[in-house]
Ligand binder design. Sequence first.
Ligand code: SAM
Length: 284
Amino acid sequence: MELWYTEEHTPSVRFSIKVNEHVLSKKTPFQRIDVFDSEEFGRFFTLDGLMMVTEKDEYIYHEMIAHVPMAANPQIENALVIGGGDGGTVRELTRYGTIGRIDMAEIDETVVNVCREYLPFTSLALGDSRVHLHFEDGLKFIRSRENFYDLIIVDSTDPFGPGEGLFTREFYGNCHKALTEDGILVNQHESPYYESYARSMQRAHSRIREFFPVCRVYQAHIPTYPSGHWLFGFASKRIEPYENVRPGDWNALGITTRYYNAGLQTGAFMLPNYVKELLNRACP
Ligand code: SAM
């Protein structure tokens, strides 16, 4: 008998992966965690039936969410990851010797424990001495922080369930307060392609714009996320994402990547016309 993992991307579109083994299924107070093994994507894990990370394509998401802000401001010392329980974003950040502290505020400790056991390829740097884990709601964690972080990465689930609060005005306003003058906020920004995701993306974009003078969007191709076309938000008080970046500076760091390169620091911000239109409509 064949076993398939199927995710509904819209009420009339489904995405399926043939599964070799359903390794684990666990219910936590926040969500359901499943781990699978597959031929094409290797090991992957889902939360409430939505794809989070696959062994084959996770590098695309994690490199793009971490290296774009790091190249925009090489002086980043204090970073905060909100969500990100699989550890992939932290893994990329620990590759910079210039970073002194990485806080991670993850609501669900079980995600971290499961990923430590079953997804060593993303969780391997969670034990780095610069990493401090806080098991609490990112919405609450950020309320008491002020003028401290040079970088906040919101590596969250979608804007429903536990992740809902991470797409609110209150949250973005508190991120602004928690950032230094050169601080950068990067968040996973949903997909522009299917209508319900595009609406979430527009809502997030217009809310972030209320607080941050620099408010940009960049893209990557992530095969296992709905439509494969995924966006990230880049917001800051004054740092531009690529205008003042010399590609040679990032190359000189000698960090090896499989997706990100210094050319994408500019190229990923060159958006297709239909995405530009969606963003213009969100923020006329
Ligand atoms: N790459 C992923 C994606 O977009 O599919 C995100 C992965 S990461 C596993 C998302 C994490 O956000 C989950 O572990 C979840 O527990 C965490 N999360 C959701 N809501 C949160 C909240 N309010 N505060 C902190 N962490 C939260």
